[in-house]
Design a protein around this ligand. Structure first.
Ligand code: HEC
Length: 241
């Protein structure tokens, strides 16, 4: 009897020991805000694409996607060409970056990673929180730090829009406080970041909208087919029983 109890106790101990680090790290992590992702909101996706071309593609590539993918967002080829391609690239070209990787490495210490599937790697909520969590830090070479990506090498390229945040008080328990206003209100900046993340989610899986849409029809078909099949079965077997 005693040995059974002991075995249970050690098994429970082992399970607790295995889970403990998970709980500990969950406690330390920064709470992520929910990104407003909506794959059928074309206006938001179009705005997000514009922001991405204006503010991100200078350093980051999205080299698995071609510019003409943007036509899926309800844009014509001419609109993509005139408004979204800011270099001399053609619509059929991949979204490569102007910045040479060697220069990028020299300037930032690390090359900016490709963002094609970033939303699948980090998740939409992480990117949404990241873009809103930069703060001033004079200890860093760029003058910026980030609450969800400590000591990040990326400068806060959107600071003129968001304004400048500070961590108060300094350290683990600090909160982000807006100390200098940007050209946008906090709500406008959140919407800006939300549209950008919505676009990055589209970029990482362009068929997502179709998949969700198609899924509903497939389920509807299966439900209807279930009743048809059941009626057929009754019809076939009615003389035998
Ligand atoms: C001036 C160049 C520059 C611009 C412009 C820039 N970034 Fe970055 N970004 C970087 C660098 C460098 C890193 C690598 C940071 C590191 O690893 O410390 C980075 C990292 C990131 C990461 C984290 C990647 C990861 O998973 O490790 C995300 C997400 C990101 N950038 C998104 C954006 C978005 C969205 C934009 C447009 C608003 C943007 N960046 C504009 C330089 C830039």
């Amino acid at each position: 009897m005693m040995t059974v109890a002991l075995r249970w106790a050690s098994a429970a101990g082992l399970i607790l020991a295995l889970y403990a680090p998970v709980y500990a790290s969950a406690d330390d992590e920064i709470r992520l805000d929910k990104a407003p992702v909506n794959s059928s909101d074309m206006a938001s996706l179009q705005r997000g694409a514009q922001h991405f071309m204006n503010y991100c593609l200078t350093c980051h590539s999205a080299h698995l996607a071609r510019f003409d993918l943007l036509e899926q967002l309800g844009l014509t080829e001419a609109q993509v060409k005139n408004n979204l391609i800011l270099t001399d690239a053609k619509a059929a070209d991949y979204m490569t970056v102007v910045l040479a990787p060697k220069d990028a490495k020299n300037w930032f210490g690390v090359p900016p990673p490709d963002l094609t599937v970033e939303a699948r790697v980090r998740g939409a909520d992480w990117i949404y929180t990241y873009l809103r969590s930069f703060y001033r830090d004079d200890q860093r070479p760029s003058g910026w730090n980030n609450r969800v990506f400590p000591n990040v090498a990326m400068p806060h390229v959107l600071w003129q829009l968001q304004g400048q945040q500070a961590l108060q008080p300094q350290g683990e328990n600090g909160h982000l406080v807006l100390v200098t206003k940007g050209s946008m209100s906090p709500e406008e900046y959140d919407r800006f970041a939300g549209d950008l993340v919505n676009f990055l989610v589209f970029l990482s899986e362009p068929t997502r909208g179709t998949r969700l849409h198609l899924g509903v029809w497939v389920i509807a078909f299966l439900v209807i087919f279930f009743f048809v099949a059941r009626a057929l079965k009754h019809e076939f077997w009615k003389d035998i029983h």
